[in-house]
Design a protein around this ligand. Structure first.
Ligand code: ADP
Ligand code: MG
Length: 259
């Protein structure tokens, strides 16, 4: 059998593409057979890994791509570096734990959520990003079309589900109970990262029902890391730097705490 035929029969696409270059390098560096074989298989392995990550990212519906390296921790002293380091090890995904990022608009909640999701995808995990509104549309439609059970099941497949923007829109009781069913499904099975502009005490209002909100929080927070982000909007800071806005007025209480 010809080498090219073997490549295609074994589906070694990456190696097929790189074979000549690898052999040329091997000759230059005078590599032994074992080393050449290692180089060849490593090339195929890296290519497959890359393709897997790309495919997981393309299915993830991320609204934009930003990494943890692009997140300036110095700008947000309220975020504990140790916690971020710990989360970026992805052990929370392995343990099916949740992460909740709380804080006002623009402080940097979606950015770290996306960055952690990308890391999880690179590590081989299926990921999915939805705003709460998109999730509700999906679930409500599925119920109308009599396929709610299947939809809920599908939403348990991603190892990490990012639910963005909890709290901007209040949910009806019906929607809140759909949300509860999803949370209960994923509980202790797969991780979620949630972002919200509302603190937990206000979640009763979002879900329109304190009993449901309590049941939701109970499961979400049983194994969870909460990151409370305070401070100024990064978006506004950029504008201010560009001279488009005035300096913020610092409330007296905050000034006192800064010393
Ligand atoms: P939120 O979700 O809290 O409203 P985002 O995460 O969308 O805020 O952040 C708003 C914008 O500012 C994004 O473009 C994000 O990349 C950027 N940003 C926010 N915080 C930081 C930071 N600490 N370092 C770098 N970029 C940041
Ligand atoms: Mg956001």
């Amino acid at each position: 059998m010809q080498l090219d035929n073997l490549f295609s029969a074994l589906k070694l696409d990456h190696l097929a593409a790189q074979c000549d270059a690898i052999l040329e390098q091997a000759a230059k560096k005078d590599l032994g057979y074992r080393e050449v074989l290692t180089e060849a298989l490593a090339c195929e392995w890296a290519g497959r890994k890359q393709r897997g990550t790309e495919s997981r990212l393309s299915q993830a519906r991320l609204p934009w791509i930003k990494t943890l390296e692009q997140f300036d921790l110095a700008f947000q002293p309220s975020i504990d570096r140790k916690v971020i380091r710990d989360l970026s090890s992805l052990s929370f995904v392995g343990r099916a734990e949740n992460v909740v990022l709380l804080g006002p608009p623009g402080v940097g909640k979606t950015h770290p959520a996306i960055a952690l999701a990308i890391k999880a995808a690179e590590a081989g995990n299926r990921i999915l990003f939805l705003t709460l509104e998109q999730l509700m549309t999906k679930l409500s439609r599925a119920r109308q079309e009599n396929r709610l059970e299947r939809q809920l099941q599908q939403l348990t497949y991603p190892k990490l589900l990012v639910l963005d923007e909890i709290g901007y829109l209040p949910l009806s009781r019906d929607e809140a109970s759909l949300f509860f069913r999803l949370v209960a499904r994923r509980y202790e099975k797969a991780s979620m990262i949630l972002t919200s502009n509302k603190s937990y005490v206000d979640w009763g209002e979002i879900f329109g029902d304190t009993v449901l909100a309590t049941a939701i929080l109970d499961r979400l927070l049983h194994h969870a890391t909460t990151i409370n982000i305070k401070g100024e909007s990064y978006r506004l800071k950029e504008k201010r730097k560009a001279g488009l806005l005035n300096e913020p007025e610092v409330p007296a209480e905050e000034t006192a705490n800064q010393g």
